[in-house]
Ligand binder design. Structure first.
Ligand SMILES: Cc1cc2nc3c(=O)[nH]c(=O)nc-3n(C[C@H](O)[C@H](O)[C@H](O)COP(=O)(O)OP(=O)(O)OC[C@H]3O[C@@H](n4cnc5c(N)ncnc54)[C@H](O)[C@@H]3O)c2cc1C
Length: 269
């Protein structure tokens, strides 16, 4: 059971940060994950009065406030169009619409959950987190770190001309995923990025040390990269799947993502 002694709707980020320095206090997002825990908090720090529940789109970037809900992200016309519906594809399996109306992007990213579709999607893009004290940090770096007492203010996504692909494997609809995969083709600099999550650990970018994706994508290069991905992405077993099954999925989903991206760009490939 979750027990909270006091509730504070803060008036500023400074107030939130000061309260959050006490170990017994906790920032609350949508509380959808937190409420499942068996914890005892002194003060719940509510950021909902700080206007951090909007998605701002400019020519160069998206700024997604930490209190933006997953449903807002999933239905934002600009973000849906930018990701070619892949934000919808990645989020639609998360429990249900009512749930996604409450769960926040800030809580999802701050939590750095191993199973996270949200992290797998965003880490593949040119994305950053803005921390109140820690400043702007690439999401790829933030995702590797340990939770601390800072406040995640917003997520910034720099716009590039991209093509995207997203796929998650689930045993049943709305369950946590067995494996997640996001592919991004940055048409500006010609790079391909594959992120894999639910390994079951946190999402990672598959490195391209052999430079297989640098040249024009060929069937052989895709095959070789997918096999290489299965070798280098660490996987493990849990109740949803074995290590071997997950590594097999890494290969299949990486290949499929690259094939789809290549098909999109068929004239260029
Ligand atoms: C039953 C269930 C099924 C789920 N299935 C999936 C799934 O399939 N795929 C998926 O991607 N996700 C899934 N999730 C996770 C969900 O999408 C959210 O990521 C999760 O609920 C956290 O978001 P929240 O707003 O509820 O955060 P909360 O539970 O309120 O907070 C989570 C953590 O983040 C901290 N926090 C929140 N906001 C901030 C902030 N601004 N600054 C600093 N710290 C902060 C809190 O202190 C807490 O430690 C599932 C969750 C549940 C409960």
């Amino acid at each position: 059971m979750l027990t909270i002694r006091e509730y504070k709707k803060v008036q500023s980020l400074e107030e939130a940060w000061e309260l959050n320095q006490k170990r017994a206090n906790r920032v609350i997002g949508g509380m959808m994950w937190m409420r499942l825990g068996d914890s005892n908090f002194q003060t719940a720090i509510d950021l909902s009065g700080l206007g951090l529940d909007t998605i701002e789109e400019t020519e160069d970037e998206f700024r997604i406030g930490c209190m933006v809900t997953l449903r807002q992200l999933e239905t934002h016309p600009g973000f849906v169009s930018y990701t070619q519906n892949m934000c919808k594809e990645s989020l639609r399996h998360i429990v249900g619409v009512q749930f996604r109306n409450l769960a926040t992007v800030g809580g999802s990213i701050y939590g750095r959950y191993g199973f996270s579709d949200v992290l797998t999607l965003l880490i593949g893009l040119d994305s950053y987190v803005e921390l109140y004290k820690g400043g702007i940090v690439p999401l790829r770096e933030f995702a590797k770190g340990k939770p601390d007492n800072d406040i995640l203010v917003q997520i910034i996504i720099k716009k590039h001309p991209v093509a995207m692909y997203y796929e998650a494997v689930r045993i049943t609809q709305t369950d946590l995923p067995v494996l997640t995969c996001c592919g991004v083709h940055d048409k500006e600099n010609g790079t391909y990025t594959i992120s894999i999550g639910a390994r079951p650990s946190r999402a990672v970018i598959v490195p391209d040390e052999k430079q297989l994706l640098k040249e024009k994508l060929t069937t052989n290069a895709i095959e070789a990269y997918a096999k290489y991905a299965a070798e280098v992405v660490p996987t493990d077993s849990n109740m949803r799947g074995s290590r071997e099954y997950r590594s097999h999925l890494v290969e299949v989903l990486s290949r499929r993502a690259l094939e789809q991206l290549c098909e999109e760009e068929s004239k260029a490939c």
